[in-house]
Write a protein that binds this ligand. Structure first.
Ligand SMILES: Nc1ncnc2c1ncn2[C@@H]1O[C@H](COP(=O)(O)OP(=O)(O)OP(=O)(O)O)[C@@H](O)[C@H]1O
Ligand SMILES: [Mg+2]
Length: 264
């Protein structure tokens, strides 16, 4: 499904604050970002940088205070329903319905997306095969481990074959095999023309997968470019050092990688 003029993700000068009593927490300050069809953009940033807030705005779960955003050509406020149809969204807190089995979840969400039973069956076959979910297909989700629930959530997010994927830390909690599968799936989705924006704390994932990387810190985009562009801009070779340079403000000496604090 392709939207009107333009596609992918376009964020223009988005700001969003939260209030804790009288104290304003500026989660996003004038953020602009684009991700095109056939492109994977990684969103990196320390805890509290604003990544989830941005992804929730794009998923229409939160309204920006100012600025605008379009997903698959649709405005996140004015065309929220179209945006929801256009995206596969995975949040860090995406729950599965504990009483349902993975198969029932696919049927339920497939019918919400108005998919035909044969289309639900076809996509489920492919996704359960890929994420190795058939052996769990008839168990109640509340019986599954956290990582296996995450696999179900991911399969559910991808069920309707959306043109835009918005994934908040998609590999957190997954074992090495499931994480690699997820990364592989994102890679294939890009080749099929999807636009993918995902957040991660795993820098090696971003390094391996992303066409562009955006670094968010204290609600502001500190840098946005290809790995090569970020290297040139910071004079650092490794993404960990680039990240620390831009997000932590500390310039590491060559070879200091891995000696400093945790990377994200
Ligand atoms: N619902 C909320 N109410 C109040 N403050 C919030 C809310 N959601 C986010 N914040 C604040 O907004 C800021 C950005 O949070 P956000 O969850 O977007 O960060 P993040 O980059 O996703 O962090 P993490 O890497 O820990 O997931 C933080 O200061 C957070 O405390
Ligand atoms: Mg987050």
């Amino acid at each position: 499904m392709s939207g009107p003029a333009g596609s992918g993700i376009e964020v223009r000068s988005v700001s969003r604050s939260f209030w804790s009593g009288r104290e304003e927490i500026r989660a996003l300050a004038d953020v602009s970002l684009t991700a095109h069809k056939g492109e994977v953009v990684g969103l990196l940033g320390p805890n509290g940088a604003g990544k989830t807030t941005l992804l929730r705005i794009l998923a229409t779960l939160l309204r920006p205070d100012s600025g605008s955003a379009r997903v698959n050509g649709y405005d996140v406020i004015e065309d929220a329903m179209e945006v929801r149809r256009s995206i596969g969204y995975l949040s860090t807190r995406t729950g599965v319905y504990g009483r349902l089995t993975p198969l029932e979840i696919m049927d339920y969400f497939g019918s919400l997306h108005r998919m035909s039973p044969s289309m639900i069956a076809e996509r489920t076959e492919m996704l359960f095969g890929r994420f190795d979910l058939w052996k769990l297909a008839s168990l109640r989700c509340e019986e599954l481990s956290g990582g296996n629930q995450q696999r179900v959530s991911l399969a559910r997010a991808l069920l309707h074959d959306p043109p835009v994927l918005i994934l908040d830390e998609p590999t957190t909690g997954l074992d090495v095999i499931a994480a690699a599968t997820t990364i592989g799936f994102i890679d294939i989705s890009r080749d099929l023309g999807c636009c993918v924006l995902f957040s991660t704390h795993v820098l090696s994932e971003a390094e391996k997968l992303c066409d562009r990387i955006a670094i968010l810190h204290e609600g502001e985009i500190r840098a946005d470019g290809t790995l090569e562009e970020l290297r040139e801009r910071t004079g650092q070779r490794f993404l960990e050092d680039i990240f620390l340079h831009l997000a932590a403000g500390s310039v590491l000496q060559p070879g200091a990688s891995g000696q400093g604090p945790g990377c994200a």
